[in-house]
Every structure is written in C-alpha cells, then in structure tokens.
Design a protein around this ligand. Sequence first.
Ligand SMILES: [Zn+2]
Ligand SMILES: [Zn+2]
Length: 204
Amino acid sequence: MEEGFKKLLDEAVRLHGHLCSGQVVGVRMAVAGLRELGIKDPKGEEGRDLVIFVEIDRCPVDAIIAVTGRTPGRRSIKMMDYGKQAATFVDTGTSRAVRVSVRTGYLERAGEMAKNLGNFADEKLAQLEALALMPEEELLSIRRVRVAMRRRDLPGETLEIAVCQECGETVKDMRQVGGSGKVLCRPCGLGDCYYEEIERDCNG
Ligand SMILES: [Zn+2]
Ligand SMILES: [Zn+2]
C-alpha cells in the first residue's frame, strides 16, 4: 500500500488497538469523505466545521476518528445506530455533505484480489493489502446528500440547561421533553431508558 495511506492506517491501529479490515476500510472511507469535501488537513483549521455521522458502532469508526481528529466528546462524531458500514461527512460551514457507504461483497472481492498479490506472510495480510489497493468505486459508494443540522447538535456552547422535574438531573442542549406541562428528561418523560436502577447512593 501507498506510504501516506500506511501512515494513516498506523494511526488508526494505534487508536483501535489492532489491525483489521475495519481499519483499512475506515481509513478509505475517511480519505474519500475528506477528499469530496476538499479537506486536506482535517485536524487543522480546515476541519473545524467537519461533523461526521457514523452508522455503525464497529471497527471503522475508530479509523474515521483517527484520520479526521473528530470525536464524540467534541460533538463532531454522531453515532447513528443503523448497523451499516457508512458515514456522512458534513461541512457545516458550507452545508456540503457526502455519504460514503461500503459496497456489499467487498470482502469476497478483496479475497479474489489477494490471490494475485503474492508474497505475503499470510492470507489476512494479503487481504488487507487488497482492501487498501482495491479501486475506490469497487469498495465505496459515494453520494451527495443534504443533512439538516440542528443548532442543538452543533459543536460549541451549550445552548440550554434544563433540570428534570422528576429525577432532578440536569439535561443539556434541549434534550428535555415537554408534555404534561413538566420539564422532563427522556428516561422520565418517555420511559426511554437503557438501565434499571437497583440501588441508590452506593458511595454514601
Ligand atoms: Zn477492529
Ligand atoms: Zn428525569
């Protein structure tokens, strides 16, 4: 694989903890998305307005984070739980956006390609090399899309802080829900909660 690509892949592997096909694919997704938006230095000033929606919570996400320098904590990586190997790169300054998705059957095609690459220590390494070298149009589908960014989702100052009238916890950035004349957090207002409380004040 090409030198510049290898450098990006190394960074991804450092963050992710292992080398896998997801790292190669994630780096390729990030490279494609950045190129389409004309961003050469995402970690510098140029990338300031970049927000990325990722549609899966698996390996490629870490590669996308490593290459672009975007993070969930800075609100510039949005996790969409679709289970799809796809990501949308949005320049919130210009509103330009591209969705990059991985084509089905790519691993089989990489496997075929790998057979002709020769001199690799093992099959896995040959397949990773094939994934890195595969023509982009065979690996990725790229579409121009429009993303309606809500102000409350953008990086920057906290817009509003509410206090839930049921549990008393603070809710930032307009995630509270109304109804019944009360200000409530989502768990209290919608019963939309991922945990069940079994003990309180464990530290006191
Ligand atoms: Zn992985
Ligand atoms: Zn609450």
